[in-house]
Design a protein around this ligand. Structure first.
Ligand code: LLP
Length: 415
């Protein structure tokens, strides 16, 4: 479900013509639809309503303050992974009691800030981290709630770089370690170890890996209960896949149907950490064609956005649909061409062998760019980061200014 549709041959975001947004805010430009974001949030909320879970939107997917604020206004909490994300959460006044914090490498400063802020829970990824959070909590005279991230050794069926639930990855702890920590929980006087956390990977389109994971979790939970451990939370992470190409990902409802019985069986409060599912299809990257370059070997549509603006195609060979803002009409689609940016490497592409009808100066949109698009963008090739616009209540709001050349060198020191 999304609100990017063609009307009379022109692409619209909700009620606004994307072409007009490009004229007003220039390109490259990220355009988001608030209705789409809220729609996805409610879909998930409704699908799981019988459990009344805490939904903590995963900030890393798209960390723009306006999007965070929008989601918080609907009751969302936040899943953070760094001090910088905690800073953002504070800026949008997210209730501390709705913040969960994962990451394999939390530093002392990051831990201290989060303990002081009184976040709901740390998701602990290793024994040394557990000890560190206990030590810092003691120094601050606080009792901190934590969940242990359980690595279930389940294959999520996604790209290797975003697989996190296999035992050879750096994430979480195996069953034995989790159990032994619970057995020695009295040692950690400044911690309440109250939950199990899991996140097996991202862009998972099938229910089966989740089902396997939750079955394993329930087994561990049952055993812990038998041993007298009192648990409060089961955090099932994020990972729900979306449509980029012709995937048929499970809907929130189908997902819930498969996993609700298992989650109920756990008897615990459920936390969800969706990122991509909420914002992925709520954003597009609008870019302008600079040149059409034809060679004997290949044709290239050279556009003003590049791998620094949207790195997913280069990094994960990810497929994003690319369309012309104006529907083809009588124009002929150009022969198959690679859509590439100006960055100086051959890995700089947004799409390969696409058939798109455009001319020089024409506008095209890369779809499904709302998640891990802007948030992973960089200044590589000294390219200022692009502007972001949110369409909300029939209006377009600039929610991040385009950077300029001064921004590029801010903080640099010439000696
Ligand atoms: N919870 C934890 C602990 C995570 O590490 C992640 C994502 C999420 C939740 C949210 O996952 P989602 O619902 O968005 O799948 N840059 C990659 C994706 C990296 C995902 C990292 N962790 C990409 O562009 O595909």
């Amino acid at each position: 479900m999304h609100y990017f549709n063609f009307k009379k041959g022109n692409l619209y975001c909700e009620n606004l013509k994307v072409k007009d947004l490009a004229s007003k805010f220039d390109t490259p430009l990220y355009v988001y639809s608030a209705k789409t974001i809220l729609g996805h949030f409610s879909k998930l909320k409704n699908a799981f309503s019988t459990l009344k879970p805490l939904i903590c939107y995963s900030v890393k997917a798209n960390s723009n303050l306006s999007l965070l604020k929008l989601l918080i206004s609907q009751g969302s909490g936040l899943d953070i992974v760094s001090g910088g994300e905690l800073y953002r959460a504070k800026k949008v006044k997210c209730s501390a009691k709705k913040i969960v914090y994962a990451s394999v490498g939390k530093t002392d400063i990051e831990i201290r800030d989060a303990v002081k802020y009184g976040i709901l829970m740390f998701n602990i990824e290793s024994l040394p981290e557990l000890e560190r959070v206990n030590k810092i909590s003691k120094e601050l005279k606080k009792k901190t709630k934590v969940a242990l991230r359980f690595n279930p050794d389940v294959k999520p069926g996604t790209h290797a770089y975003i697989t996190t639930g296999k035992k050879e990855t750096k994430f979480g702890m195996d069953e034995e370690t989790v159990k032994s920590i619970f057995a020695s929980r009295a040692k950690y006087s400044n911690l309440s170890i109250v939950g199990i956390h899991m996140h097996i990977g991202s862009q998972i389109t099938k229910g089966e890996p989740f089902v396997k994971t939750f079955k394993k979790a329930n087994r561990v939970i049952r055993e812990l209960k038998r041993r007298g451990v009192k648990l409060e939370y089961l955090n099932i992470g994020g990972g729900l896949g979306i449509v980029y190409d012709n995937e048929k990902p499970q809907t929130a409802k189908e997902f819930a149907k498969k996993v609700l019985p298992l989650l109920k069986e756990s008897g615990l409060k459920i936390v969800l950490e969706p990122g991509r599912f909420i914002v992925g299809n709520a954003g597009i990257l609008v870019t302008k064609v600079i040149y059409l370059k034809e060679t004997d070997q290949k044709n290239f549509i050279i556009v003003d956005a590049a791998m620094n603006d949207l790195s997913r195609p280069s990094l994960y060979s990810a497929y994003h649909k690319i369309i012309s803002l104006a529907k083809a009409g009588s124009k002929k689609a150009i022969k198959s061409a690679d859509v590439v940016g100006p960055v100086c490497e051959s890995g700089d592409f947004l799409g390969k062998e696409r058939k798109i009808s455009v001319k020089s100066d024409g506008l095209i949109a890369v779809l499904g760019a709302g998640a891990y698009g802007f948030s992973m963008s960089s200044n590589y090739n000294s390219r200022p980061r692009v502007a972001e616009v949110l369409v909300k209540n029939k209006k377009a709001y600039l929610i991040r200014k385009r950077e300029n050349y001064q921004d590029l060198i801010k903080g640099e020191i010439v000696i």
